[in-house]
Design a protein around this ligand. Sequence first.
Ligand SMILES: O=C(O)C(=O)C[C@]1(C(=O)O)C=C[C@@H](O)C=C1
Length: 361
Amino acid sequence: MDESLQAQLLPLRQRIDQIDAEILDLLNKRAKTAQEVGEVKHAHHAEGPVLRPEREAQVIRQLQHLNRGPFPSEAVASVWTEIISACRGLEQSLTVAFLGPAGSFSEQAAFEHFGRSVKGLPCPSFDEVFRSVEAGAAQVGMVPVENSTEGAVNRTLDLLLGSSLRILGERSLLIKHCLLSKTGNMQGVTKILAHPQALAQCQNWLNREYPGIPREPVSSNSEAARLASLDPTIAAIASDVAAQTWGLEVVALGIQDDSQNRTRFLAIGKLDILPSGRDKTSLILAVPNRAGAVYQMLSPLSENGVSMTRFESRPARTGQWEYYFYVDIEGHCEDPRVKKALAALESQCAFYKLLGSYPAQ
Ligand SMILES: O=C(O)C(=O)C[C@]1(C(=O)O)C=C[C@@H](O)C=C1
C-alpha cells in the first residue's frame, strides 16, 4: 500500500480501535446491568419469563428517535436487536420454534426478531411449532401469517383459532426465492420441490423458464433444499441461506414473480404484553350469517375511532356459509378507546377471541 495512504489511515484506524474498545466496555456494563435485571426478575418469579417484548420495542424505538446519524436507523434496529438478544441470553436462554429444517425463512424471521442469541427448535410443521410452544419445549414460536403475493397462510390462521397461545410480535421479511441444485445447473433435474406457497409465488417464472419440469410440494423450502442436497435430480426453491446451509449452488436468484414479495411472520407465546406506545391488537370474530351482520360487527371500531389494519376471513366449516373474521386493529387492548371497542365487540359478536396486543413493527 502506498505510504501516504498508510500514514493517513493509521490514526483513523487507531481512533476506530479506541472507539471499539469503549463500545465493548459499555456493552459489558450493559450486560452486567441486564444480569442484575434478570436476578430481580428471578427473585420475584423464579420460573417467570425474562422476555419483555414491549420493553425491547421501546429501547429500539427510543434509540432510533435519538439517532442523529450517519449511523443508519435500520442498523440501530439490527445492532440493538443483537445487543438485547445477547443480554437477554445472559438472563435466561430463549428457545424459538419455527418451521424447519435449518435455512427456512421462518428461521430467518425468528433470528431477525429475537436476535441470534437464542436456541432454534426446527419443527416439521406449523402444527408442531404451536405444540412445542404450548408444551413448553420452546418459549416462543415464529410462524408466517400472510404473504404479499399469495395472501393468508391458512394453516396458521386455523391454528391461532384453536390455540391458547398469544401473539407477541410481528416481523415482515422480504422473500427472495432462489432455484437451487447440487450442480448449479438444471442438467438431469427431473423435478422442482418447494413449499406450495413458494411454488405459487414463482409460478410465472417457472412457467416461462422450466415449463417441462414437474413441480412437487413439500413441507417447507428448506426441506426441499435438504432433499436436493441428497439427490442431483432434484432442484429446490429456497433462500440463499438454505443454499449455504445445505451445500447447494444457485441456478437462479430472485425468481419470485413479485420483486417486493414479503411475508409477515408472527411471534407466538404465552405472555401478555404491556403497552409499548405503538401497538397492534389481533382478534377473531364471528357473527350469524345474515344481511348486514358483518357491517354491524365492525361498527364499535369506527364508533371508537379505532383503525382496522387487516381483515381476513376463514370458513367456519359449519356448511352454513359462516366465517371466522381475523381482524387487526391499531392500539393496545388496554388503551381506553380500544378497550371500549373490544368490550362492545365481545358483547355483540357470536364469537370473540383476543389473540393479543403486541408492538407494531
Ligand atoms: O428490561 C428488561 O426487562 C430486561 O430484561 C433487559 C432487556 C434488555 O436487554 O434491554 C432484555 C430482555 C427483555 O426482553 C427486555 C429488555
